[in-house]
Design a protein around this ligand. Sequence first.
Ligand code: DC
Length: 219
Amino acid sequence: MERIFVSYIDRGMIIAIDGPLASGKGTLARALAAHFSLPHLDTGSLYRAVAHNMMREGYKFNNTAAAADIARHLNINGIIDADLRTAEVGAGASVVAAMPEVRKALFDFQRKFAANPKGAVLDGRDIGTVICPDADFKFFITARPEIRAERRLKELHAAGDNITLEELTKQIEERDYRDANRADAPLKPTETSIILDTSDMGIDEVIQKAVGIIDGTNK
Ligand code: DC
């Protein structure tokens, strides 16, 4: 408790949120950022932007040299959020995210964002383990794979992607495996992470629970 109290005096509150695809971590991150008036970084969008640039420039996703170069000079001009949310870009992001050169190139930007004196909310896969190991709160958000596939299917169908539930479940299993088993910064909770399984919870319930945990610890 004392460490948390001291850290509030030294700098703003840092909230790290990690979890697999469609676990609800992005929604929770945005809600906590709004609730506590903190800047928010969706770090997955950086990896997605690398993959999107590779597609735009005609590279295969497994081209490590090109991916590292793109990550070092990341150009987000002209990319809108919808461009980054497609299943193809997501799959590419998972491939480039396994490359240590790409992770290294994106590290400083994320660290600087977290060092904002106001504090920050970051969501991703390695925020609690690598980017912000000293975060005041580390949440690990998860949900059963079939629930995550159904959630993501709704989003993709709404965006005009006709992928089937079967195909999407297969893609999610592949991505989960790649994200959790890569050598560099695999997805995993830390010893102090607060693990929330959102399978049977509505998003409002998840938000209330996380706010309650933060407020409760803060009193
Ligand atoms: O959260 P997302 O689906 O937008 O992330 C896209 C990919 O980027 C995901 O497969 C894993 C990777 N990623 C990562 O390795 N580390 C992060 N901090 C964020 C995302």
